[in-house]
Design a binder for this molecule. Structure first.
Ligand code: PMP
Length: 450
């Protein structure tokens, strides 16, 4: 019988060929770290709804969903119409336009803490601006983040992939910059308090789902404790809701748990699958970007913010359409219900095959931890996880084998061990995915990988 790797190579000759060509153009043949897969990455030809088809004609149930941006799947008709119409009307006016105002108002309606909004072109740009705002507002340089929390790739937050940890690092980032970024383990409010007590931290930034979109979930009271502690020390609290915004609820984690940060960063679903991001939050903080009738302020105190593609009409058209469609929560109900079914099904397979591991998640995202014992959620899919009870990361060789084996069975995960369920996935997609998972882990057992 063919091994997982042999089957992968046999099923994807077209991708292998294109990848060989890509190696002469792109470092490692890819254009995003997360698309790097050995022995080659998969090349997609087209996509529709919850499926995509690769260049070899393989039909794949997609849980990457545009890195979490496609809450209504690929090429949702109303989004295609809105973007097509906008292309005909113009893609860049180099001026203000009504569509951006509609988009901003929708963000204010949905995100509870969004007193004011500033659009950027990506999530990385959003966290860059949020941190700059926090530094300018507080007059402090240091920022506090949590180990394994991802906030994009700019100098203040970058870490080495797969090893992002207590030592923020990346070749090419000046040591002086890194020395202003503190990173500590999540879920330990005493540690936060100790650090904030030095009165030099501008902001605490975190993924309010827990590290890596909830791969390491937060304990139940951590967000509320953080809110109270940051307030006490005059440190701003930034929720990075690039993934969780408009997903965990129509108003993100902050609406789901009723906790209000000072600033929030948004991207992905915000722009309906096109490029776009935003910083939203308290009006007096965002007012640092405003022009005033005061030359001295404008020249030396305000934060400058250009950006060719900020609120560009195409992203605004897609974003406005997306946010108007999902505001009532119906698509959330559908996606969340299917995700619960998926997580329960994956855990059933692990149980049945006596494989150490667990599946868990929140709302419409899921994670799979394999190769170690971890508690399976008893009811539903959600936290709270008790302290010290966190799922460990799946070892890389197991994760790679799972990614390949699932692709062989027509399922693509986000990264290697998780995924996003959209509002257009179907019951049949979930049933097929559970079957694919059973086949995949069975093959991994047969090869001694599990
Ligand atoms: N913050 C979080 C939580 C993210 O997951 C990401 C990207 N996955 C970013 C920021 C950066 O966003 P972008 O890729 O749009 O720059």
């Amino acid at each position: 019988m063919a091994t997982i790797l042999q089957a992968f190579q046999k099923l994807h000759p077209g991708s292998a060929k294109l990848y060989a060509g890509s190696l002469t153009t792109f470092p490692s043949g890819v254009t995003h770290d997360i698309r790097h897969l050995t022995p080659f990455s998969i090349f997609i030809d087209h996509a529709k709804g919850s499926h995509k088809w690769d260049v070899d004609g393989n039909d794949i149930i997609d849980f990457v969903m545009g890195h979490g941006a496609l809450f209504l799947g690929h090429s949702y008709p109303a989004l295609v119409d809105a973007v097509s119409e906008q292309v005909r009307k113009g893609t860049h006016y180099g001026a203000s336009h009504e569509q951006e105002l509609r988009w901003g108002r929708l963000v204010q309606e949905l995100v509870p803490s969004a007193e004011a909004v500033r659009f950027t072109s990506s999530g990385t740009e959003a966290t860059l601006m949020a941190i700059r705002l926090a530094r300018a507002y507080t007059g402090r340089d240091k920022i506090l983040k949590f180990d394994y929390h991802f906030h994009g790739w700019h100098d203040s937050v970058v870490g080495a992939r797969f090893a992002e940890s207590d030592i923020p690092r990346s070749v090419g980032v000046p040591a002086a910059t890194l020395s202003n970024t503190l990173s500590i383990p999540q879920n330990d409010i005493k540690l936060v308090e100790e650090r904030l007590a030095q009165d030099d931290v501008a902001c605490v930034i975190l993924e309010p789902s827990g590290a890596s979109w909830g791969t390491l979930p937060l304990t139940e009271h951590f967000l509320a404790d953080l809110r109270e502690t940051t307030r006490r020390y005059g440190t701003l609290l930034i929720f990075d809701e690039v993934v969780t915004g408009f997903r965990v609820s129509s108003g993100g984690v902050q609406k789901h748990f009723g906790i209000s940060p000072d600033l929030t960063t948004l991207a992905k679903i915000l722009a309906g699958g096109l490029p776009g991001g935003a910083v939203v939050g308290k009006g007096d903080i965002l007012s640092l970007i405003e022009f005033r009738d005061d030359a001295q302020w404008n020249e030396s105190r305000r934060i400058a913010h250009p950006g060719t593609y900020n609120a560009n009409p195409l992203s605004a058209a897609a974003g406005t359409t997306m946010l108007s469609l999902i505001g009532d929560g119906q698509f959330h109900a559908q996606a969340d219900a299917l995700n619960s079914k998926l997580v329960a099904g994956l855990n059933r397979v692990l149980e049945k095959k006596a494989i150490p591991g667990c599946a868990y998640g929140l709302a419409s995202y899921f994670h799979i931890a394999l190769g170690q014992e971890c508690p399976r959620p008893k009811a539903g899919i959600e936290w709270p996880w008790e302290d010290g009870n966190l799922p460990a990361r799946t070892p890389l060789p197991i994760a790679v084998a799972l990614k390949r084996a699932l692709l062989n069975h027509g399922v693509d995960l986000m990264g290697m061990t998780g995924g996003f369920v959209s509002g257009v996935h179907k019951e049949g997609d979930i049933d097929s995915t559970i079957d694919a998972f059973e086949a995949a882990v069975g093959e991994m057992q047969a090869e001694g990988i599990l």
